[in-house]
Design a protein around this ligand. Structure first.
Ligand code: FDA
Length: 399
């Protein structure tokens, strides 16, 4: 069969569209295939509809991978400033929200329109909705794709089908299946950037706190693996969410504890012991200077303290115990809310199989993996899109 295309990019999401546009603009004949009928659903729902499209401070330290060095090359060759230049050419307005996180002023749709326009300018051909039944390597080079809209023969295949999170909008394990077919290791996938849950009985005392949010220090791991974030935490009916918890969930290992400092700026035990001589207040009223009253009442009850007790009457030992519960609250999640709620998938295609310059599988010339399918997982805050743009560009330039 004659070749109509040089490259098939599978997955018209963030990384796939970027890669197709870059390769197409370099003169490659690109077909972009997606099984969904709506383009780039994850971009559309990202950042609350405004897409946190990059982070000004993106660097290798903001990514998890079994090989933390792998992402360096692509990230340094396509930076947040490069993406901002692209947006400027398309007249898309943006603003910085928090810690370098950049959002569209108007809508995530602007990013989708921009990437579609870049692909169209590069004469990328679309096959959507279209599913791939089989990919076969052709002896002597190239690949044959059996698809729901007919067979396609190409020199190169780029797998950009993303991770497993949010199956209801089309996430699949396609990349993992292709990896297994070609003998490429997959680092065990796990939901990441995800709310954490606790067993119902141990969480019950905290259920009345659901909806309360506050800035905390949250950490997990020990010694070398210790990771800490200062971000907001949100109590939910099932457990904990909010940016701080999502961040720590990516580092949390099942069966281990997380530690939360609910009052990072106050040494609670020392402050309470000192207050014994200077205040006639009861515990709840005194604590209300540090935390919202509803949170104080709920926490005191949950941890077995009587809020009506006068601080002056409380033994130092009890005050130290309360300090421990507020400054170093240790708890063991029983799991997470899973792929249904996870923003990303940790793990994926083992980077040791890929060239860090091109994202090509070194043992299978012509086969590439990009974006979230690869074992490179960003923090919350625009880092995952920056990886999609950077890895998509790296492959697009190498094809
Ligand atoms: P992406 O998921 O974008 O695209 C994969 C494409 O492959 C999809 O179009 C899918 O339909 C297609 N596909 C899947 N299986 C297929 C198959 N078998 N055959 C054909 N096509 C197939 N990140 C960030 O940096 N800032 C943010 O604000 C957010 N916000 C956010 C919110 C929510 C709710 C989620 C779930 C995720 C985020 N993210 C994020 C993460 C970000 O969306 C994600 O990391 C990138 O979209 C990954 O880009 P990819 O191109 O790799 O996959």
């Amino acid at each position: 069969m004659s070749k109509q295309f040089d490259v098939a990019v599978i997955g018209a999401g963030a990384a796939g569209m970027m890669c197709a546009a870059v390769a197409g603009q370099r003169g490659k004949r690109v077909v972009l295939i997606d099984h969904a009928s709506r383009l780039a659903e994850k971009i559309r729902i990202s950042g609350g509809g405004r897409c946190n499209f990059t982070n000004l401070h993106a660097g290798p330290a903001n990514f998890l991978s079994e090989n933390p060095h792998f992402c360096k090359s692509a990230l340094s060759r396509y930076t947040p400033q490069d993406f901002l230049s692209l947006m400027k050419r398309h007249g898309i307005a943006w603003h910085e929200k928090h810690k370098g996180q950049l959002f569209c002023d108007d809508s995530a749709e602007d990013i989708i329109r921009m990437l579609k326009a870049e692909c169209d300018a590069a004469k990328v051909q679309w096959r959507m909705p279209c599913s791939i039944n089989e990919i076969t390597a052709i002896e002597g080079g190239g690949f044959s794709l059996a698809t729901s809209t007919g067979d396609i023969v190409v020199d190169s295949v780029v797998v950009a089908t993303g991770g497993l999170s949010i199956p209801k909008i089309g996430a699949t394990d396609f990349a993992h299946k292709i990896a297994r077919q070609f003998g490429i290791k997959v680092i065990e996938p796990r939901p990441a950037l995800v709310p954490l849950t606790f067993d119902a009985a141990s969480w019950e005392p905290f259920v009345p706190l659901s909806g309360i949010s506050l800035e905390v220090d949250i950490e997990t791991g020990d010694k070398k693996s210790r990771m800490t974030f200062r971000e907001d935490l949100l109590f939910t009916h099932k457990g904990l969410s909010g940016p701080g918890v999502l961040q720590i969930s990516s580092y949390w290992q099942p069966g281990t504890a997380i530690r939360i400092n609910l009052l990072p700026e106050v040494d609670v035990a020392a402050a309470l012991i000192e207050a014994k001589t200077s205040t006639k207040k009861n515990l709840a009223n005194h604590m209300a200077q540090y935390l919202p009253a509803r949170l104080v009442d709920g926490l005191l009850l949950a941890h077995g303290f009587d809020g009506d007790q006068k601080i002056a009457d409380m033994p130092d030992k009890r005050l130290r115990l309360l300090g421990e519960k507020l400054n170093r609250w240790e708890l063991v999640p029983n799991g997470s809310e899973g792929y249904r709620k996870a923003e990303v998938t940790r793990g994926g295609i083992d980077t040791r199989a890929l060239s860090q310059q091109s994202m090509m599988v070194t043992k299978v010339p012509g086969l590439y993996f990009i974006g979230e399918s690869v074992d490179v997982t960003g923090w919350l805050g625009g880092f995952n899109f920056q990886w999609a743009w950077a890895s998509g560009t790296a492959a697009g330039l190498a094809l």
